[in-house]
Design a protein around this ligand. Structure first.
Ligand code: FEO
Length: 173
């Protein structure tokens, strides 16, 4: 069964959005590295790797379903940050946006009774829940502990411990 044209286009576009997410989070990492917060920078470097995995999963799904993948331009991350909290808040807003994109694709798949794509996207639906929770937790911790130097130091140390783990379902799916 060939993928529906609209669904294929939305999934193809989502590859670009996920690669942009990787680019955006690397930009956050650049900011934190410049601020001397290497743990925060590391956390976002790992996050960028996960975003690339998401892009690869989408790409592989399209290829496996007979769709010719095409790439667009990846937008330039253009945010400037006033303080250490700002990227974290931008991160949550971005994940909420990505959730809305995934939800839109899911909705079209549902309307067109494309159960295969719905099943594929189930992983992303769950992942987005986790991504939003992680982003929200970062903000909460920063607000609680980030205001004084010792707290910020400890938080930076904690975030330095994040380990990259490829997701169970791919990038090689
Ligand atoms: Fe690929 Fe952060 O969602």
């Amino acid at each position: 069964m060939m993928l529906d044209k609209k669904i294929a286009e939305m999934l193809n576009d989502q590859i670009n959005k996920e690669l942009y997410s990787a680019y955006l989070y690397l930009d956050f990492a650049n900011y934190y590295a410049d601020e001397g917060l290497d743990g925060f920078a590391h956390w976002y470097e790992v996050q960028a790797q996960e975003e690339r995995d998401h892009a690869m999963m989408l790409r592989r799904y399209l290829i496996n379903n007979g769709h010719r993948v095409t790439f667009g331009v990846i937008a330039k991350p253009d945010k400037t940050f006033e303080n250490h909290l700002a990227p974290l808040e931008a991160g949550l807003a971005h994940e909420q946006y990505v959730t809305s994109l995934i939800t839109d694709i899911y909705h079209v798949a549902f309307e067109k009774k494309d159960y295969r794509t719905m099943q594929f996207l189930d992983w992303f639906i769950k992942e987005q829940g986790e991504e939003e929770t992680n982003a929200d937790d970062m903000i909460k911790k920063m607000k609680l502990f980030g205001a004084d130097a010792k707290g910020l130091y400890a938080l930076n140390q904690e975030l330095a411990g994040r380990v990259y783990a490829p997701s169970a379902t791919g990038p090689a799916m």
